[in-house]
Design a protein around this ligand. Structure first.
Ligand code: ATP
Ligand code: MG
Length: 357
């Protein structure tokens, strides 16, 4: 009984472990996409209703142009860097809030780790990918603790920074870490002393570890990432890929948006939903969401949950109107609807040529 409870506690802890810990990361890598249930028949038992609600509450990740480009560029860099003894090249994913940076870099990490497992089998302790975030107002010590926390290395208030750094490097080298993903880079301000020291700490890790570094953050030029001596060195070694909202001005942009809507529509598990309804509403959906994939995914999943609860079992323009979206999307919709302040047309996602490689 005690063992069962311990196992249950461990499983629950694993379920809630953040992505920035090895347990959370492993669960993320090992889970498939959102489970597609059998198209259940109307009047199905409550258990199935519950699982359909749970299904729509999960996020299905779509292989958008951003995800594809960042995964391809990142994996190519890992291969190129394997033979480099120093001055390895890296990638910075840069874009506005909510444009899919975290999704794309974590998909890159997952794809790389799964590919390695396929090639080498699941034998022995390995940790090919580590994912950490830069904490707000970070100091070098806070950053090193993030690395140690991912690895579950013990750190006490008395641990000295150099010792923890050495322990982190030793473990990562031992476990064959090839990809270091550092998110929320905008929390680092190079104009401040603490920010510059965190940047130096990252640089030290990059020199010590035979790994490819991938950074992501909001508008990283603004935090001075590419200015000064440190910045110039980063600029010379890192390619950048920009993430942007989906556009709707050119035929290619409309195609990309429509295929995103179609992909998400296909994942719906609703008994009365007529396929193609949402694709026909693509322009309206773009207006509602400002081309933000997160707002679109939330809108459709929320409308699907409403449709199951109400028994309507379909999504219509009216049912979409009942879902309140995030502030940015609602603001965008209000301005495009009245036509008072039309936003500049959006450009296609991720077309940074230097980095597309
Ligand atoms: N390829 C995708 N498929 C499905 N949903 C996506 C995809 N990319 C992003 N999203 C959704 O969009 C929302 C924002 O994505 P994400 O958190 O990756 O953006 P971000 O740029 O890292 O945001 P922030 O700047 O706030 O850190 C999330 O709800 C996410 O699930
Ligand atoms: Mg993010």
């Amino acid at each position: 009984m005690t063992t069962q409870l311990a196992a249950h506690d461990a499983a629950t802890a694993d379920l809630h472990a953040p992505l920035t810990t090895k347990e959370g990361w492993r669960r993320f890598v090992e889970q498939g996409g959102a489970t597609i249930l059998d198209p259940a028949t109307p009047g199905c038992p409550v258990g199935i209703e519950d699982s359909r609600l749970a299904y729509h509450s999960q996020l299905a990740v779509v292989a958008t142009p951003a995800v594809q480009q960042i995964t391809a560029a990142g994996r190519r860099l890992v291969v190129l860097n394997r033979q480099q003894l120093s001055a390895r090249r890296g990638l910075i994913v840069n874009g506005a809030a909510g444009t899919g940076k975290t999704t794309a870099i974590t998909q890159l990490g997952k794809a790389h780790e799964l590919a390695l497992r396929l090639r080498h089998g699941d034998h022995g302790p390995r940790m090919p990918v580590i994912y950490v975030t830069v904490p707000p107002a970070a100091t070098p010590r806070m950053l090193v603790i993030e690395f140690a926390r991912f690895l579950a290395l013990p750190v006490t208030t008395r641990s000295n920074l150099t010792d923890v750094t050495e322990a982190v490097c030793a473990v990562l080298i031992d476990l064959g870490c090839e990809l270091v993903i550092v998110d929320e880079l905008h929390n680092l301000n190079l104009a401040t002393r603490a920010g510059a020291e965190v940047s130096d700490q990252l640089k030290y890790f990059a020199e010590r570890l035979p790994a490819t570094f991938i950074y992501a953050g909001i508008d990283v030029e603004r935090v001075g990432l590419f200015s000064g001596t440190r910045g110039r060195q980063i600029a010379s070694r890192f390619a950048t890929i920009a993430t942007k909202p989906f556009g709707y001005s050119t035929a290619q942009q409309r195609d990309q948006w429509c295929s995103l809507v179609a992909t998400l529509e296909q994942t719906l598990q609703l008994h009365q939903h007529r396929p193609g309804t949402l694709v026909n509403l693509a322009a309206h959906l773009h207006d509602r969401t400002g081309g933000m994939i997160g707002s679109l995914s939330h809108l459709l999943r929320a409308a699907a949950i409403d449709a199951i609860i109400s028994g309507d079992e379909k999504i219509t323009k009216t049912s979409l109107a009942a879902v309140q979206l995030d502030h940015a999307a609602e603001e965008h919709h209000a301005t495009t609807r009245t036509g008072r302040i039309r936003r500049r047309p959006h450009v296609a996602p991720q077309t940074d040529k230097a980095s597309a490689g």
